[in-house]
Ligand binder design. Structure first.
Ligand code: HEC
Length: 150
């Protein structure tokens, strides 16, 4: 009985952590770079498909678009104050934390575009995929131009 209760407490704690999406500061740089790398890889796969350079199955297409959407929702949890360029191997400009509302706006813009890509992938509609890729790519660039060091 005690074990069951303890298990429930651990689960509740995990759930609370997931809701708050807390990332320890010392691991946050690795976390965000990994998530952004995975996101970029799957944008690339869909992009290659859209250009006809690579043929993804409908299931692969949908999986990649789902990954892109999911990463767009969690990658930015890794931007924790104190982890800008001066803290080590990162290209995160200090402006991120000085202009937090603007940075948040750039995230929201991307998070508004990735569901469109997923819907287009689910429909396996190549024209819609190409259009959605344009919106997604524009959001990446817009944020990088302002907040990522070259
Ligand atoms: C809200 C701002 C923002 C948006 C939107 C954004 N990025 Fe980034 N991205 C950054 C910042 C800041 C860094 C630098 C992170 C670091 O070095 O810690 C970065 C880094 C990266 C990296 C390098 C990761 C590494 O291992 O160093 C890749 C790849 C990347 N982004 C791809 C993308 C793609 C693809 C998109 C769009 C689908 C995107 N990003 C959208 C801000 C953004």
């Amino acid at each position: 009985m005690k074990k069951v209760l303890l298990g429930a407490a651990v689960l509740a704690a995990l759930a609370a952590g997931a809701v708050q999406a807390q990332v320890p500061a010392d691991r946050s740089i690795k976390y965000r770079q990994s998530a952004l790398t995975i996101m970029a890889n799957h944008v690339g796969r869909i992009g290659a498909h859209a250009k006809g350079e690579r043929q993804l199955t409908p299931a692969q297409l949908e999986l990649s678009a789902q990954v892109v959407q999911d990463m767009s929702m969690v990658a930015f949890d890794g931007f924790i104050e104190g982890t800008d360029q001066s803290s080590g191997a990162t290209k995160a400009k200090p402006e991120i934390w000085k202009e937090w509302a603007k940075f948040k706006g750039e995230q929201t813009k991307l998070q508004g575009e990735t569901p469109k890509l997923l819907a287009a992938a689910k429909a396996n509609d190549i024209k819609a995929i190409q259009a959605a890729l344009g919106g997604v790519g524009g959001s990446c660039k817009s944020c990088h131009d302002t907040f990522r060091a070259q």
